[in-house]
Design a protein around this ligand. Structure first.
Ligand SMILES: [Zn+2]
Length: 418
């Protein structure tokens, strides 16, 4: 098994074009039901008969009861390790495309952006009448809908689920972009039998373009005999193992004593632990408890910043400390000035050991050397001698003192051009 994964990992260079196509097997470990009992029935309906335009015409309420129930079930599910690895690959590899047959939105909740959803999204809705005032599809997270079927805010007619039903055409733009992504170096099919059109075709296309083809699926499928590499393992086990063989995340930073991991949605647990620690709360957050949802929001925002700017928040780990981060450091975009703002905070146990300077220097080096940013600012509430000392120690100069968000604030900056 290990040697198989090493073979795949060797093909995953930083400039490789990588395309991953996922199916239901990726979401199974999240507890997303297949919505199809052994008998293929839901209540008294055949499932295949609910997912058609004809069924909706006949009985929109029954169809919506099924989708509303599925939305409620999915809302209670969390992305698993497979979703998290794929989301971090979308940051790791500049030429990465994720195609999914799933409609559950778990790839997006793990932080993946620009997912090609072949079958639409169960979180999207559209106007059944396709009225002129409404967009083709839009997102509506209501769970459950108070009235079924929910009505179009533009014309009052019924809304339909934003999924592709049997007998409907796939979105041609999504198919075209997926086809384009089959011109790649490595093509993965994960948790899907890939026998349904157009998924099966994508695999053939990738092969004909010379891609290494990899199947990750615990069960043999018709594709197994045609791909270059078969990983007969569940996605939530195989992908983290493969990810581990790739080594450090390219946006990770290391110093003599510290390791800085980009804060991605997979690290929400660590971030939440850090931010709810009583000592940290006392010094950094005015004794407010940062709820889990906020930690998730911060991680999503940080992941989006990494995807867009190659900077965000890093969790800081000591090489010699165990599991829990000792603090955070980062560059944020919504800061005090027109450019990025340096941000840092440390668990008080580690104050006085120079960790804040070490972490901040690593982030500034990334900002100036890799990203070639001209200038970084910082702000601290006044008086906060500890922060002011850290900022001076890393070469930042005092700019001005002014009120900011109702607080007396000291502004610092560092300019590469100086
Ligand atoms: Zn409408």
């Amino acid at each position: 098994m290990r040697s198989i994964l090493h073979r795949v990992a060797r093909a995953l260079g930083s400039d490789a074009r990588i395309t991953v196509m996922t199916g239901a097997g990726v979401s199974a470990a999240s507890g997303v039901p297949t919505f199809r009992g052994a008998d293929g029935l839901w209540k008294d309906f055949r499932v295949d008969d609910l997912a058609t335009p004809q069924a909706f015409t006949r009985n929109p309420r029954a169809v919506w009861e099924w989708y509303d129930w599925r939305r409620q079930a999915i809302a209670g599910c969390q992305p698993n390790a497979a979703h998290h690895v794929l989301a971090s690959w979308s940051l790791r590899f500049p030429r990465f495309t994720l195609i999914t047959q799933n409609v559950d939105g778990l790839h997006e909740r793990a932080g993946a952006s620009d997912v090609l959803r072949l079958h639409g999204s169960i979180w999207d809705v559209g106007c059944w009448n396709q009225c002129a005032g409404s967009p083709h599809r839009w997102r509506d997270d209501s769970v459950p809908f108070p009235v079924l079927p929910p009505s179009c805010p533009h014309c009052g007619g019924p809304l339909r689920p934003g999924v592709v039903w049997f007998g409907e055409l796939l979105d041609s733009e999504v198919v075209d972009r997926s086809l384009d992504a089959t011109r790649c170096d490595v093509f993965f099919t994960v948790g899907t039998s890939a026998i349904v059109y157009p998924a099966a075709g994508f695999l053939d296309h990738a092969r004909s373009h010379g891609a290494m083809t990899v199947e990750i699926n615990p069960e043999a499928t018709p594709a197994s005999s045609t791909v270059d590499v078969v990983v007969p393992e569940r996605a939530e086990l195989a992908l983290p193992e493969l990810d581990a063989t790739l080594g450090a995340h390219p946006l990770a930073l290391t110093t003599e004593r510290l390791r800085l991991e980009p804060l991605l949605p997979r690290h929400v647990e660590a971030a939440h632990q850090l931010w709810t620690h009583p000592e940290v709360r006392r010094y950094l957050w005015d004794d407010r408890i940062i709820p889990r949802e906020t930690a998730e929001e911060v991680a999503r925002a940080s992941a989006a910043d990494f995807a867009r700017h190659r900077f965000g928040l890093w969790l800081v780990y000591g090489h010699e400390e165990s599991g829990m981060p000792v603090g955070f450091c980062g560059l944020r975009t919504d800061g005090v000035g027109p450019g990025p703002e340096l941000l840092f905070g440390l668990y008080p146990t580690y104050w006085g050991r120079g960790f804040a300077q070490e972490a901040s220097r690593a982030v500034l080096a990334h900002a100036f050397t890799t990203l070639r940013l001209p200038r970084v600012t910082a702000a601290t509430d006044a008086p906060n001698e500890r922060s002011a000392r850290t900022l001076s120690a890393i070469g930042m100069r005092f700019d001005r003192r002014a009120e900011h968000n109702g607080l007396d604030t000291l502004f610092y900056s560092i300019d590469l051009r100086r």
